[in-house]
Design a protein around this ligand. Structure first.
Ligand code: AMP
Length: 284
């Protein structure tokens, strides 16, 4: 049995609820960080943020089959629970909720939460059903844990906006906080899927962040789509990316297209580099 400073690993919803109830009874606040595991510094910065925002921090590691398409990487998604548990323990997390698929979806679980419009565009267009899978599992996790605050990464910016919208629409009593994107030294956004990159592809990968940072700068300087977007897409393909799913400048809240600089905006990109599709975004 591994030894932890404080961390408890919990496998059932009933035990998870019971432990959190004891804190809640004492009026102690709970910060929650849901993840799919294979943790990196980006995830851990969310734990640190939750530590600041609440008395207790809890995290989940659950590779949610409902958010993977039939041809996606569910079976091979990287997993290492023991390493994750030690990283969470060191970061000050007190409970790791790591349920099985059967625990989360007994009898199949037919009910779905979908967030149309904002969930159908960009990532949602290229990964149909993805945000319904995410919204459903996040709703379940929030109702299981009833935290005061839940922290999500800006790395998955559209996901953060979808969850904010869902929590608002469904009156789920939780505060949703966004955390800045954790990056490698060369700017590449940290991601569990970066492990899919070959050493050659890894050298090309930072061009993604460089390019959208340049788009943001050029937009501020007055350059506009479609020429600006075409320039950026070409830059990615020239660097060695295989395909650009989208590269867009969107309203920072509802992700509608923007043509002028009157409102806060975001540059969002998804592009294929070998096996993984990498996503990233920056504020304008
Ligand atoms: P995942 O395990 O990829 O589902 O991510 C779990 C949470 O960590 C989500 O809220 C992500 O947005 C967040 N996250 C993933 N990568 C990063 C990163 N590089 N920086 C900050 N947050 C991240």
């Amino acid at each position: 049995m591994a030894e932890y400073k404080r961390l408890r690993i919990v496998r059932t919803i009933a035990e998870f609820r019971q432990l959190l109830k004891e804190w809640r009874r004492k009026d102690e606040t709970i910060g929650f960080v849901p993840t799919m595991g294979y943790l990196h510094e980006g995830h851990l910065s969310l734990i640190h943020q939750a530590n600041e925002l609440a008395d207790h921090t809890v995290a989940s590691v659950f590779v949610n089959p409902r958010q993977f398409g039939p041809n996606e990487d569910y079976a091979v998604y990287p997993r290492n629970e023991e390493r994750d548990a030690h990283l969470l323990d060191d970061a000050g997390c007190e409970i790791l909720f790591a349920p099985t698929v059967d625990e989360m979806y007994p009898d199949g679980g037919v009910t779905k939460v979908s967030v149309p419009e904002i969930g159908d565009i960009l990532v949602g267009h290229y990964r149909p059903g993805f945000f319904t899978g995410v919204a459903t599992v996040v709703t379940k996790l929030l109702l299981q844990s009833l935290p005061d605050v839940a922290v999500f990464g800006e790395k998955d910016y559209q996901q953060l906006m979808v969850i904010k919208r869902m929590v608002k629409d469904l009156d789920i009593p939780v505060r949703i906080e966004g955390a800045p994107t954790g990056r490698e030294e060369d700017g590449l956004a940290m991601s569990s899927r970066n492990t899919y990159l070959t050493p050659e592809e890894r050298k090309v990968a930072p061009v993604l962040h460089q390019t959208i940072a340049q788009v943001a700068e050029k937009f501020r300087a007055g350059e506009r789509p479609p020429e600006l977007i075409q320039w950026a897409k070409n830059q990615l393909l020239d660097a060695g990316f295989d395909k650009v799913d989208y590269l867009e400048i969107r309203d920072a809240e509802d992700l509608a297209p923007v043509y002028d600089a009157n409102r806060p905006a975001r540059v969002l990109v998804a592009a294929w580099l070998g096996k993984p599709r990498l996503i990233d975004n920056v504020p304008v």
